[in-house]
Ligand binder design. Structure first.
Ligand code: FDA
Length: 306
């Protein structure tokens, strides 16, 4: 827990970040979890994953941008990415963070940018997933999503709910009522016990409870986890309830549990791999280290042994 908190603290510390991103070691570390810094590298990774039987969601890294110009540049990158995905005929959609589109600067700016991305996604018959960030953003993210999805008819945008938050049970019911597409995950940020389950066992239990609701009543849910026990439970549950494998998907992160990813595909389940790319990989990498500090040791060891 102490190591997790330290990693999450490091994720937000600017001075540490500036030092760490310059070292070759951390760049090598990042390569395990990040497809590269350019669009070309991301598209190449997506193509390889498609060839292996997985679908993909591309995430252009960068969160909490501080200027409208940066938010607009990110918007342009996503629009271009969607065109290129279509040109290459990839089985691939995109994931984005609202703070990368300018939410911290001005809500209207963020809505304007998101609509531009959604319009290209509509033209190219693609889908946009709004990642869920820390709890300061939960309500505004859901409000903004619902405004576009329900009031403006953008059916090609989905949300993420986190099983560590107490509120997610109610948010799941709302999503089911609206026939929205939900990605369910456990949650990657540091949250206080007033709003989030402090114990992993409760987070896991809630994940199963919400997954059960989404599998029975949801609209093509994405179960985003590498947890072997939850994956085994899901396989049993869908079999016992006659739920078709094509009515949901598993989702996993690029570079994490590739063995499990291959196994699910071989068994005929839909699997989507979340592929981050871009230069701003530092906070993403720190969150992955916080989830499993053993990653750090594993990678340090493999680098030492070449
Ligand atoms: P958990 O942490 O319980 O670990 C179970 C097992 O999974 C471990 O024993 C290990 O084998 C394996 N594992 C897990 N993480 C690993 C890692 N980093 N490296 C190696 N092995 C690992 N969060 C969020 O707050 N907002 C979001 O929008 C998203 N989006 C998202 C998309 C996708 C596709 C995934 C898979 C995850 C997210 N997450 C997220 C992150 C999520 O909330 C969570 O932090 C991680 O997935 C880790 O939780 P697990 O359920 O995988 O397992």
């Amino acid at each position: 827990m102490l190591l997790r908190n330290t990693m999450l603290w490091l994720a937000g510390n600017d001075l540490v970040k500036r030092t760490i991103v310059r070292t070759p070691l951390s760049r090598a570390l990042a390569r395990r979890f990040v497809a590269g810094e350019t669009r070309e590298e991301a598209l190449t990774a997506a193509q390889a994953l498609n060839q292996g039987g997985a679908s993909v969601s591309l995430d252009y890294l960068g969160e909490n941008v501080h200027s409208a110009a940066e938010a607009e540049a990110t918007t342009r990158t996503y629009r271009d990415l969607l065109h290129r995905i279509a040109e290459h005929g990839l089985n691939c959609n995109v994931s984005l963070k609202l703070t990368a589109l300018g939410l911290d600067i001005q809500r209207e700016l963020c809505v304007h940018n998101l609509r531009q991305v959604l319009n290209v996604a509509r033209q190219t018959n693609s889908f946009v997933r709004i990642d869920m960030e820390g709890s300061d953003y939960t309500q505004v993210t859901l409000d903004l999503w619902e405004e576009l999805f329900r009031d403006h008819g953008y059916q090609n945008v989905g949300i993420v709910l986190q099983s560590y938050l107490y509120r997610s049970a109610a948010d799941t019911e709302r999503a089911i009522e609206l026939r929205a597409r939900v990605r369910l995950c456990k949650g990657a940020y540091k949250e206080p016990p007033e709003i989030a389950y402090p114990n992993k066992v409760d987070v896991d239990r809630n994940f199963v409870a919400l997954a059960r609701r989404l599998l029975c009543a949801g609209n093509y849910p994405g179960l985003a986890t590498h947890d072997p026990a939850i994956i085994a439970w899901t396989k049993r549950f869908v079999m016992e309830h006659g739920i078709d494998r094509s009515s949901f998907e598993f989702q996993m992160l690029y570079g994490v549990r590739r063995d499990l990813q291959r196994e699910l595909i071989a068994d005929g389940y839909h699997l989507r791999v979340y592929v981050p790319f871009g230069e701003a990989w530092y906070p993403y990498l720190m969150r992955r280290m916080a989830e499993r500090p053993a990653n750090l040791l594993f990678i340090l060891r493999s680098l030492r042994h070449g």
